[in-house]
Design a protein around this ligand. Sequence first.
Ligand SMILES: O=C(O)CCC(=O)C(=O)O
Length: 288
Amino acid sequence: MQQRITGAQVEQFNTDGFLNAGKVLADKFVDGLSAELDRVIAKGPDGFKGGERGPVSFTSIGGDRERPVWQIVDIWMASPLFEELIHHSFISTAIGEMTGSRDLQIWHDQVQYKPPRHGGSTAWHQDAPYWPAIEPMTEVSAWIPFDDAEVENGCMWMVPGSHRWGDQIDYLHRQRDQHKAGKDFRELDPFTVPEEYGAALGTIVPKPVACPVKKGEIHFHHALTWHGSPHNHSDRPRRALAIHLMTSQAVFTGRKHLMVKHIQVQPGENMGTAGPAFPFVLKDGVPC
Ligand SMILES: O=C(O)CCC(=O)C(=O)O
């Protein structure tokens, strides 16, 4: 079991914009988290009542009723075991090394649950353009599955090197529209090079790769890396949690986001004092 990220892994992350760091979490811990997640899923979006602490949101994303993807934001608020996970020292020290930051805070976490056989897809996107409420962007996220995530049940796909191509969300939205027109997610491979980057990329053709991740392993991706995940065609669920962290430079811009209602600072102010929804996980290089 890996205790700390290696220099070679950080280099690999910098090259590709994502990394499977290998087995980090003990089976017993993952099994406990898995049972907790099932408890929250069984409660459902309307299950947290009467002053009970629930997540920030619990919704089906993508607008496809036949093929839902259930998204739970800040499950850590509803579960002490998930609170322990977001403070995991491997995650905070690894992202500290990847970002060169000695102070890190939770921006938010996010479960994506694709039910067996009819779990929907998550269209190609980059994360940073979806977080206009903070600047500079949250650079690196950790992604933790509670079921072995494979091609059949909808593991993530990523485009190596795409974190260096800037904000391409408009281009990716055009790909999404093509996807919505009825094509299977994987038929979008290979991508065509965004026009504005054609010259800079030279002969490089963006080439998505599948990123299977086993239970207990932790996968990292950069906030500009192109990624998404297809339908769950299997008989198994596909449940996973992304943890998105901010560096100490993050400032509230005043722009829209689901988390804005929890931000207790004014536009232009640093997120360091934004309130209890944004706990520190690394302070002066020490996990906390
Ligand atoms: O869980 C997934 O399939 C997608 C997650 C994602 O897009 C993210 O963590 O940024």
